[in-house]
Design a protein. Structure first.
Ligand code: NAD
Length: 315
């Protein structure tokens, strides 16, 4: 059986990726230090003989001596409230952590894929964002620990590819949502779903005119797996290009939850991007990929999960 290793395998995206890889016939080892992950995301895999969980911080060399075919590097705090609390750990995982993954890929000959981010484009001056746009990133602002860590990772990956011929892939992920997100990770989907389910007002930052594009987790992971199996070395955007204002998003949440709670406006965080939308022409052309799940359907598929988390919180 082919062997895959997923760093950040107990996180939101990483745990779903483990499920998909197992379903495709891989043996999977998830590596996680649980800094933002949750054991509950992988506990259903505990008795699966093809799954192994390694509790480890990837800023230290990864203790894997077996053969390896595919290495997905998903480890990094991903939500602003997480990475602003632990900026040094975030910079470390994007530098030392990525280097340790690349060393393992070099040693084993595994193909490596990096979960990069639309944050590489910063507060973009080109809209929608195409892969050859170099971005508008504040290198010293409160978000820089994440944005610059991810940009450094990309530079390191290209250097390993050019110097050591490691087979590398880079996906620039745009806002993705679904079951297993933490209710209080500060990202807009769990935050507004949680408020709506509790019957509280939906708080929006700014005037709600800033735009986002939301991709359902299953669509994203299909794109990521296709990219891994393709020959493309350079960064590729994967996300949903349907763009909407945060205000429109809040209205959709209310509709899906079936509530009439009010919407209230709060202050806009520093360096919050005003617009965000992927140009996915490259993924369409190279991977024959595009998202299939509309926002309303994706939120409906996530509803039971968020409802359960809200009721656990109340009890
Ligand atoms: P998450 O916080 O749920 O998952 C990240 C996982 O990485 C967690 O389980 C965490 O414990 C683990 N981790 C962090 N530092 C580690 C370390 N030093 N060693 C081992 N494990 C470590 O976040 P997510 O949304 O699942 O994001 C996964 C990846 O995708 C991240 O790299 C993130 O930057 C990227 N990404 C996500 C989105 C999104 O919308 N969800 C958007 C862009 C990029």
């Amino acid at each position: 059986m082919p062997q895959a290793l997923v760093t950040g395998g107990a996180g939101f995206l990483g745990s779903h990726l483990c499920d998909k890889l197992l379903a495709r016939g891989f043996q999977v080892v998830a590596v996680d230090n649980f800094v933002t992950g949750d054991r509950r995301n992988v506990e259903h895999l505990a008795n699966n003989p093809d799954f192994q969980l390694l509790e480890h911080d990837i800023t230290q060399p990864i203790p894997w001596d077996g053969p390896l075919d595919r290495l997905f590097n998903m480890a990094s705090p991903a939500s602003p409230i997480d990475y602003m609390q632990i900026p040094l750990e975030t910079l470390a995982v994007g530098s030392e952590g990525t280097k340790n993954c690349l060393e393992l890929a070099k040693k084993t000959g595994a193909r490596f894929l990096q979960a990069s981010t639309s944050e590489c484009y910063g507060d973009p001056l080109v809209h929608p964002q195409v892969e050859d746009y170099w971005g508008n990133v504040n290198p010293i602002g409160p978000r820089s620990c994440y944005d610059e860590a991810k940009r450094f990772s990309e530079a390191l990956i290209m250097a390993y590819h050019r110097t050591h011929q490691v087979q590398t892939r880079i996906v620039r992920i745009f806002n993705t949502y679904g079951p297993r997100m933490r209710l209080h990770d500060g990202r807009v989907v769990p935050s507004l779903m949680g408020s709506a389910l509790r019957g509280e007002a939906l708080t929006i930052h700014g005037d709600g005119s800033q735009t986002r594009s939301f991709c359902f987790v299953d669509d994203l992971l299909e794109g990521i797996q296709r990219l891994m199996e393709s020959d493309e070395i350079l960064p590729t955007n994967i996300g949903n290009p349907v763009e909407m204002s945060i205000l429109e998003f809040a209205e959709t949440v209310k509709e899906v939850v079936g509530t009439e709670v009010p919407i209230s406006l709060g202050p806009l965080p520093e360096n919050d991007p005003k617009v965000r939308r992927p140009d996915i022409s490259k993924a369409k052309r190279l991977l024959d990929w595009e998202p299939k799940i509309a926002l309303k359907e994706g939120l409906e598929r996530s509803l039971d999960y968020f409802r359960q988390r809200v009721s656990e919180e109340a009890s």
